[in-house]
Ligand binder design. Sequence first.
Ligand SMILES: Cc1cc2nc3c(=O)[nH]c(=O)nc-3n(C[C@H](O)[C@H](O)[C@H](O)COP(=O)(O)OP(=O)(O)OC[C@H]3O[C@@H](n4cnc5c(N)ncnc54)[C@H](O)[C@@H]3O)c2cc1C
Length: 420
Amino acid sequence: MRVIVLGAGVVGVSAAYALARRGAEVLVVDRREAPAMETSFANGGQISACHVTPWATPNTPHQLAKWFGHADAPLYLPFWKPDVDLWRWGLLFLSNTSATKSCRNLERALRVALHSRGVIKRWREELGLAYDHLERGILNFYRDPREFDAAIRANAAMNAHGLDRAAKTPDECVALEPALATVHPRLVGGIYSPSDESGDAFLFTQALAKKAEELGAVFRFDTPVAALEADNATLSAVRLENGERLTCDAAVVALGSFSGKLTRGVGFGLPIYPAKGYSITVSTAGHDGAPTVSLIDDENKMVFSRFGERLRAAGTAELNGWSDAIDQRRADVILNKTRALFPDASDYAEPNFWAGLRPSTPDSAPILGKTPVKGLWLDTGHGTLGWTMAAGSGDVIADAVLGLPTAIDMDGLGMDRFGR
Ligand SMILES: Cc1cc2nc3c(=O)[nH]c(=O)nc-3n(C[C@H](O)[C@H](O)[C@H](O)COP(=O)(O)OP(=O)(O)OC[C@H]3O[C@@H](n4cnc5c(N)ncnc54)[C@H](O)[C@@H]3O)c2cc1C
């Protein structure tokens, strides 16, 4: 079976590898010069199955009110902007904040994330992939008692799903990660998940692409896709910007935030809106104050991961269209908060600033499975957790495309959940 994978981010490359491993003839097409040059390039690095909380929860309206009007708030939402896509997405988002829907959405995302954690481990061991990964768990630390109480309540639901998340006192947080000593007096507690991991998604994607190539997959870079073509609700071709028409038995859309722009041409859009986030990466060489446990700073909605002699800090969400241009004021917020928290982690002399577009769905679950166009499949919308979910998504979409039984139940993961 000849399958074209559209997009060579961590999601597309994972699908390509899984398909090639099952014997499919795979072609991957991407507009960039190499794998993982867009959102998978410099993300927060967390493989955080135990922190798969949807963005839309009953607590969200309280948080939005708290951040409203603050220039350094983790969320930037230009409510005055006449952006139909944003407001349509926003209404769907608000319709997902009830406790019942939030629980349902949690279960769906968790199903993919837990499967993914197993798949990534298997691939790492079988293929010897090196991507600066650490298995020291993830510690979510809190300064606000109200947020910590909400997290403790959520913990019960998470534990019911079999997740190993344990509440920690401030002293226990600092014992786990001594680099948190600077914030110790303000800590009210933490939630620690020892089975979560971290690693560099860019290195992983590049290494996995090589393994896919060894299995016969072909990658075409610097190759923008212009459109999809369908006849009688069946995919007939993938048209490139250079006019070439590629034919195949099946195509998998893994174009991150740009997925819906192409599917519109064959009759359906997708409820995916880009949530721009920023990261900085600094060298820790010669310094010993950087954390090695991957961290989530709940108050600032920032994450920290250690990759060898580098520290990555990431955060903020800007719902402001499809540009990944860096707003230096917002990037500096990440830098300044990191320096304040870990003054001895680096000299912070030459931070690498980066911005990427999280392909976010209103319910924080990815969109996986078939479409109304026969032969066209979706593996997209992974939002804030694409690194966490990519391997598992690739594994199940490969089985679905090839007509094999999938390792997890696909119910509720497809685009039909949005009434399309
Ligand atoms: C600041 C930040 C921090 C994050 N932290 C984490 C984290 O800690 N843990 C986690 O799990 N996730 C995290 N994420 C989310 C994660 O990075 C994304 O969900 C993931 O990278 C999405 O992967 P993707 O392959 O779907 O998209 P991408 O990596 O964007 O890949 C899509 C590909 O499609 C290509 N493309 C698009 N349009 C076209 C076209 N017309 N023709 C050809 N090619 C095209 C692009 O070039 C790109 O290579 C974070 C994201 C951000 C922004």
